[in-house]
Design a binder for this molecule. Sequence first.
Ligand SMILES: [Zn+2]
Length: 253
Amino acid sequence: MTVDTGPISSQLLELQDMDQQIRAIRDRIESFQGQLEAVEEPAQQLAEEVAATEIRVRDLRLEERRLRLAAEEKRLRVHRLEERLNLVRTVREEAAVQAELGLVRRALDQEEQEVISLLDQIGRLEERLDEQRAGMEEVRSAVAPKKQEIRAQQEAIRSEAASLEVRRGLFAEGIERRYLSVYEGLAKGGRKLAVATMTDDGACGSCFSLIPLQLQNEIRSSGRLVSCEACGVIVTAPPDVATDGLTEPASQT
Ligand SMILES: [Zn+2]
């Protein structure tokens, strides 16, 4: 399926116009993306803080568990030493067991203290975590309508871009291959203009270099497509003057 597309110079100009519209829409889609990121940023930052606190809580819980197990083991040792104390036969032996018992009990005390202090830290961190989470949720719900609005605009413009791309595809199918491929080659190079109309005083409509008189006449009389010697764009007659382009894009040289 193709659409009626008129003379080649106006076809190329119209194609270029569509491409520019598509580019502009893509830029807008991207700018919406930027807006979305800017709106999400504060909540994102808070989410990172929440994650950091969660990691600290997890680490402290692991440390607490490790200390609890160590304390448990020391409690068993204390128990065993106390049993041994009942079986000692000499004063010397008793003194040795008492000494060891003293050491283990002190270590146990210290670990129990550490567990308490860790639990205290964990408790405070969990409070902070709750506050951070609440703050994050608050910011998230505060920006939710704005996000939704941006997303809706983005969606609308995406479907606009999609339908324009479909129209552009159909339109391009109606353009003679050889002209289309010259145009596409120029457009793909990333330049802003691939085709430009000649100005009234015979200059390239893109870079304003003067086009040799003979070529000017050909452009005006036969609608010939000429490649600008200075900047490389396809120079055409203005659409209302152009007749069908019968010659290939030719270099001035
Ligand atoms: Zn030029």
